[in-house]
Design a protein around this ligand. Structure first.
Ligand code: ASP
Length: 438
């Protein structure tokens, strides 16, 4: 029988009710051998995530503001779950130890990681699985760089000795001094993918509170269709452009071994969710897989006669951006024009300096800046080599009265990115969805 690795996100382990659902899922499938858990997330819309509360404790301490009340909320949540599930892992002693470490000046990563740690302890006992601390299998260098190969070997070696185990997500330790280091927020998805890879799992199930990815943001498009099957590459494009459900870094370990990722809903376990593989067999009539968009980009437009014939122009421009520690999102070009698209949040207050440098190094005839650009990616393996796709997309936008400021199509023909003004963002997404899906 094959192995499945199942990761449960914050809302799937938010309280005893959710953890009972987790147990039903795990116990109904003998193939699930390794379970990765997040810290308790939100139980209702305006609830707090335990990880956020833990970070808040640290901020309070740093500002010398009493943190005990916040810690008490965390304490009460874990004590209630332990009691409600009827397990005894001496959470009280664990919490006391954590509080002591916090008072002794524990690092922010240590504090933030304790939600996963405590949850995994409780859930392991409740399932009758072994508890394997992520600290013993996920390793980082002393500079905090994730050590992929070491980790991969360690996970395989350690888990070989455990038939079934629960592992806390989100963190590991620095190899040199054994201190805790976390991934970025939402990082339990990465832990799950790493365990799936190292154990050669047949499937990596990622249990959350939605029945998979949707073809568009439901806040913009009413009842968008779920995505049943999608490739790793398509999903990367959509995640990068704002479709959130899975941490974007979680795709790589699974992709490396061709392990399918199945996004599932803990609250609706019968729903098939989204299956992410290398090469999904999609039906002939499925042209696009999804639409995602991101706001807040700045476009610096550079105009100069004969720009296209000037050697080194792109190199110099890229150098200016690099010197400012920024990356270029897109670089649309014309004969006498070139625009550089940059994430406005990263750009911060560097714009003036960059423009000055462009003037000095590139001597343009003129420069203009648009700071209200949004980018919308229409993604689908079905678009490749299919004539008329872009015509359909652009007609839909024109019919909706949306002016396209920029166009970029990847060479794989798997995505078309358009830049539109912020006021047109929602209209454009609805129009594209209408043209391809409805
Ligand atoms: N608990 C962490 C967070 O809230 C990591 C995770 O849930 O994946 O970001």
């Amino acid at each position: 029988m094959g192995i499945k690795v199942a990761k449960f996100g914050g809302s799937s382990v938010a309280d005893a009710i959710q953890i009972r659902k987790l147990r039903d899922i795990v116990k109904s499938d003998d193939a699930i051998k390794y379970v990765i858990v997040s810290a308790p997330g939100k139980r209702y819309a305006d609830d707090s995530k335990v990880t956020d509360l833990l970070y808040l404790c640290k901020t309070h301490i740093e500002h010398r503001i009493p943190y005990e009340q916040i810690f008490q909320v965390i304490y009460d949540r874990f004590m209630a779950v332990e009691a409600d599930l009827g397990v005894d892992v001496d959470i009280k002693a664990e919490l006391r130890k954590i509080k002591k470490n916090i008072e002794d000046g524990a690092s922010v990563d240590y504090i933030a990681s304790r939600g996963e740690y405590l949850n995994a302890k409780i859930i392991a006992a409740y399932l009758g699985f072994d508890f394997v601390d992520a600290q013993s299998i996920i390793k980082f260098s002393d500079k905090g760089k994730f050590l992929e190969d070491t980790t991969n070997e360690l996970i395989a070696k350690v888990l070989r000795k455990h038939e079934t185990a629960v592992i806390p997500g989100f963190y590991g330790e620095k190899l040199e001094d054994g201190t805790i280091k976390t991934f970025s927020r939402g990082g339990s998805d990465i832990t799950g993918a790493l365990v799936a890879r190292a154990t050669g799992a047949d499937v990596y199930e990622n249990w959350t509170d939605v029945s998979g990815f949707l073809m568009a943001d439901p806040r913009i498009v009413k009842d968008p269709k779920p995505i049943e099957k999608i490739s790793y590459m398509e999903l990367r494009e959509l995640s990068y452009m704002g479709a959130s459900v899975l941490h974007e870094e979680a795709i790589f370990p699974a992709k490396a071994e061709g392990i399918p990722i199945n996004i599932r809903n803990t609250n609706r376990p019968k729903d098939p969710g989204t299956m992410i593989t290398a090469d999904p067999d999609i039906s002939e009539d499925q042209i696009i897989s999804g639409i995602a968009g991101r706001k807040h980009f700045t476009v610096i437009g550079i105009y100069k006669n004969h720009l296209a014939n000037e050697k080194g122009f792109i190199r110099k421009l890229a150098g200016i951006i690099e010197d400012n520690d920024l990356t270029i999102e897109h670089l649309p070009t014309g004969i006498d024009t070139m625009s550089v698209v940059i994430d406005s949040k990263l750009l911060g207050n560097k714009l003036e300096e960059i423009i000055e440098e462009i003037k000095i190094q590139l001597k343009p005839d003129s420069i203009d800046v648009a700071s209200d650009m949004t980018l919308i990616a229409t993604v689908g393996a079905g678009m490749s080599a299919r004539m008329g796709t872009s015509a359909r997309l652009f007609t839909a936008l024109a019919d909706a009265g949306v002016n396209i400021r920029m166009i970029d199509q990847g060479s794989s023909e798997m995505n078309i990115i358009v830049g539109v003004e912020e006021k047109d963002f929602e209209t454009a997404i609805k129009a594209i969805y209408g043209a391809f899906v409805e």
